[in-house]
Write a protein that binds this ligand. Structure first.
Ligand SMILES: [Zn+2]
Ligand SMILES: [Zn+2]
Length: 380
């Protein structure tokens, strides 16, 4: 802070200058260095911008009777919050200057590592991961490419162009917050100049554009637990975006999306699958193979099995993330009507049909009740 110029010197006025003189001097200099009149990216524009800020700060201090008094008495330490450490020795200083300073000093305990500046937790990131049913059932070690932020090598994380340095924000004096006075009230809000960081970088680093950090990719090892289901989220603490002013990073959430399976449909820990069988197999019965996640299994189809019949294979479902037992596999039978018959097959079926009709409907399990229902419906 030793390099900070005297406010009176900045405005080019005497120590005993009147309020009016201070105002005049400020207007003149502000016009001269105003960013609107000094546009461009060159050194001259940068210098004008820095001067403009310096002038503005000096005026803000000297145009306020309380701040001017503090400055006259204690110099920069009286008004510069970066000098807070020494301010305690002044005793009763906060009280003497009312709410403006009172709040600044009162806020000393707040914000932890960030000093008095506003500390923000980083944003959470979310990532959707599509996995197969098999992966969900068995678990999976997965690698994720996620964005990460590293301190910028060019500026060593300061955000300032090498050879230059960040300056304390003159609007909020490094607090990151400003007092907006509305009548009797003073409202604290994030400094619009530095957006709460408390620092202004006159010449930003070209690599990170003043961010002090660069976005990179990193590989994250993620363990997908066995039994995980569609829509479940895995939290990876601290792998979200970095915080501001030393605030903690956010978390990364991995949301699981289950790919559609060609055979199985999942319902919690249970699995369902459709099993088509020929009508002769359905009529005669016999053993058939059915698929399970662990390979083939055999089930015995009894004689005269109908479409819609379910067979439950205990324990052939999925063991949930918190489950102790695996669910079941339900095989739903559909009896298929044969198609593309040869002449010979047609003949056989006709003969077969004739023999069935001699049985008087007893070969159709729902035949009689169906005929009765129709009679009732037509009033016959
Ligand atoms: Zn600021
Ligand atoms: Zn940089």
């Amino acid at each position: 802070m030793a390099t900070k110029r005297d406010f009176y010197e900045v405005l080019g006025v005497a120590k005993n200058a009147s309020d009016e003189d201070i105002k005049k001097a400020y207007r003149k200099l502000a016009m001269k260095y105003h960013p609107d009149r000094n546009q461009g990216e060159d050194a001259k524009a940068k210098e004008a911008e820095a001067k403009f800020k310096e002038v503005k700060e000096a005026y803000e201090m000297l145009s306020d009777a309380q701040k001017r008094a503090a400055y006259d008495q204690h110099g920069h330490a009286g008004v510069d919050p970066n000098m807070r450490g020494g301010a305690e020795g002044f005793g009763g200083f906060g009280d003497a200057f009312g709410d403006i300073f009172g709040d600044i000093f009162g806020g000393q305990g707040r914000g932890g590592r960030g000093g008095g500046r506003q500390v923000f937790r980083g944003a959470d990131l979310s990532y959707a991961m599509e996995i197969t049913l098999e992966e969900a059932a068995n678990g999976k070690d997965s690698q994720l490419r996620i964005p990460s932020w590293d301190a910028c090598d060019t500026c060593s994380g300061t955000g300032a162009k090498p050879g230059t340095s960040a300056k304390t924000c003159s609007t909020c004096h490094g607090q990151g917050q400003v007092q907006m006075r509305q009548g009797f009230f003073s409202v604290q809000q994030t400094c619009p100049q530095c957006r709460g960081t408390g620092k202004i970088i006159p010449e930003p680093c070209g690599t990170c554009h003043g961010q002090g950090k660069v976005k990179k990719q990193k590989t994250l090892e993620v363990k997908i637990p066995a039994g995980i289901d569609d829509g479940m989220r895995i939290r990876s603490a601290g792998n979200g975006e970095p915080g501001t002013n030393g605030g903690p990073p956010g978390d990364l959430f991995i949301e699981i999306r289950l790919k559609k399976h060609s055979i199985f449909e999942r319902d919690g820990d249970d699995l369902h699958c459709a099993v088509p069988i020929s009508f002769t197999k359905a009529a005669l019965g016999g053993e058939i193979d059915v698929p399970t996640l662990g390979g083939k299994a055999a089930i015995d189809i009894p004689e005269g099995t109908q479409t819609g019949k379910q067979f439950r294979l205990r324990g052939k479902g999925i063991k949930g993330v918190r489950g102790s037992y695996p669910g079941d596999l339900y095989c739903h039978i559909t009896v298929e009507t044969p198609v593309k018959l040869t002449e010979h097959q047609r003949k056989l079926l006709k003969e077969f049909d004739e023999s069935l009709s001699k049985g008087g409907g007893k070969h159709q399990p729902s035949g009689e009740s169906w005929t009765d229902k129709l009679k009732g419906f037509f009033g016959g």
